[in-house]
Ligand binder design. Structure first.
Ligand code: ADP
Ligand code: 5GP
Length: 200
C-alpha cells in the first residue's frame, strides 16, 4: 500500500537497557516531538509492581494484582511477558495490533528477554539499547531517582550485567551521558527508521 497503512508496514521500536539507564526520560522527550508523536505510539504495559510516586495507572503502566495478571496471561492477552525483580510485566497483544492496524509505528520499553520474544513474532523490529556511561553513574542515578529501596537498587544493578551482555544484539546503542545529545541520537534513529518505511 502506498501510504504504508497495511497492518504490517509499521515498525516496532524496542527500547531496552538497565533500569535507571534513562529509557523513560528518553522516550518522554522523544514523544514530546510532535512529528514523531503523531506516527509513533507507545504501548502501556501491565505490571504487578507497586506504583512509584508520581506514576499513574493507565499512563505509566496498568498496575494490577498478581491474580489479574495471571488470568490475562492464561487468556493469551500478552504478546510477551516476563518476571523481573519479583514482579510481572507484560505487553498487551491487542495494543500492538491496534496501533499497527491504525498505520502507526509502535514503541515498547521492555527488557532484553521480552525483546527477544517480540523479535521471534515480528520481522519489522528495530532494537535500541540505552546505556548509562558507566555502572557507577547508573548506580548514582538509581539512588538519586530515589524510587526504589536500597535492596531494589542492588537487584537492579545486578540485573544490569545481564542486560548489558545483550546490547551487542541490538541494532543501535544510545549512550545516555549528556541528555540532550542522547535525545538527539534517539530522535535521529527513529526518524531515519520511520523514513525507511516510506522508501519504495
Ligand atoms: P529507566 O526508565 O531506564 O529506569 P529513568 O528514565 O527513570 O530510567 O532514569 C533514571 C534516573 O536518571 C532518573 O532520575 C532520571 O531523571 C535520571 N537521568 C536520566 N537521564 C539522565 C542524564 N542523561 N543525565 C542525568 N540524569 C539522567
Ligand atoms: P521498572 O520497574 O523500572 O519500570 O521496569 C523494570 C524493567 O521492566 C525495565 O527493564 C523495563 O524495560 C521492563 N519492562 C517494562 N514493561 C515491560 C513489559 O511489558 N515486558 C517486559 N518484558 N519488560 C518490561
Amino acid at each position: 500500500m502506498s501510504e504504508g497503512r497495511d497492518p504490517v508496514s509499521g515498525k516496532i521500536f524496542i527500547l531496552s537497557g538497565p533500569s535507571g539507564s534513562g529509557k523513560t526520560t528518553l522516550y518522554q522527550k522523544l514523544l514530546a516531538n510532535r512529528a514523531i508523536r503523531g506516527r509513533l505510539a507507545k504501548t502501556i504495559s501491565v505490571t504487578t509492581r507497586l506504583k512509584r510516586p508520581g506514576e499513574r495507572h493507565g499512563r505509566d503502566y496498568f498496575f494490577v494484582q498478581r491474580g489479574v495478571f495471571l488470568r490475562k496471561k492464561r487468556a493469551g492477552q500478552f504478546l510477551e511477558s516476563e518476571e523481573i525483580f519479583g514482579s510481572y510485566y507484560g505487553t498487551l497483544r491487542k495494543q500492538v495490533q491496534d496501533f499497527l492496524r491504525a498505520g502507526r509505528h509502535v514503541l515498547l520499553t521492555i527488557d532484553v528477554k521480552g525483546a527477544r520474544a517480540v523479535c521471534r513474532q515480528f520481522p519489522q523490529v528495530v532494537r535500541i539499547f540505552v546505556k548509562a556511561p558507566s555502572l557507577q553513574i547508573l548506580k548514582d542515578r538509581l539512588e538519586e531517582r530515589g524510587s526504589d529501596a536500597n535492596a531494589a537498587v542492588v537487584d537492579r544493578l545486578q540485573r544490569a550485567h545481564l542486560e548489558l551482555k545483550e546490547a551487542r544484539h541490538y541494532d543501535y546503542l544510545v549512550v545516555n551521558d549528556d541528555l540532550k545529545k542522547a535525545v538527539g541520537r534517539l530522535t535521529g534513529i527513529v526518524l531515519k527508521e520511520m523514513g525507511a518505511r516510506d522508501t519504495p
